[in-house]
Write a protein that binds this ligand. Sequence first.
Ligand code: SAM
Length: 295
Amino acid sequence: MKIDSLLTQTQKLLRRHNLRARKGLGQHFLVDEGVLETIIATAQLTTDDVVVEVGPGLGVLTRELAKHAERVVAIEIDDKLAAILRDSLKEIRNVTIINQDVLKIDPPALLKELKAESPDKYGMPYDNRHYKLVANLPYYITSPVLRHFLETTAKPELMVVMVQKEVAEEIAAKPGRMSLLSIGIQLYGAPEIVARVPAESFYPAPAVDSSVLKVTPYSHPPVEISDREGFFELARAGFSAARKQLANSLANGLGVSKEETLALLAKAEIDPQRRAETLSLEEWARLWRVYQGKG
Ligand code: SAM
């Protein structure tokens, strides 16, 4: 861990602006240079890359991103931090700060705006080219942010995000430990845990450890689900009674008879005694097709 100088810098900056980290906004600033290097290396940035950063905070990651990418668009909800950033990063010409709740940003509209700002500079329109999402995420909205950028038509080509260690493990789980969260992410991309990050790498230190998680969105998803809402209703029913056999949890969750559920599982060739967390994505998709009458 290389934390001394960044820690002092962060504490000084907060004091100078008479600020305290707002825990309600998940403000735990990264103060470990080694972790910063890991994030930058994992993002494999080139000077062609457009990076969207969620929650730049005091800008420690933003500055590094700006050195390696063509352009950084950083979205910060906290008015005071956004103002400080605009001032402290004003010399860095390839950074734009947007003072907004990231969940209110529409990714396709954002990319179109970028293109409109500099139509001559870029040969290809931004909305046809990829961007990378890199963030030390505020933990209280980890999964909404991931879904926001995975379920849009303008998906990033790569996501490198700091998340709570347990959440990273849940997202990257294999059959046996699957959950609605792992299904929700793995439908769209391949997750990989890159590094474990101890709580002391942040100021103030959170109560939990973290992990750097890389998610590579699929250009063609491994399983096609046209009716996302319907599919998740089925999956939610499967997980509605944790650790129960699927035959029971599905019957309860869907409000259908046990006989019907057994027939459904038989047609999908899934053992009714299995539990929801043991099913692979392909098995969920098969069950979904049978449930829809297409199996
Ligand atoms: N990137 C900085 C770093 O690594 O030191 C700060 C990371 S801190 C974990 C999360 C940041 O996200 C904070 O600056 C917080 O204000 C910001 N944030 C929280 N909720 C947000 C939201 N809904 N939209 C945009 N930014 C948000």
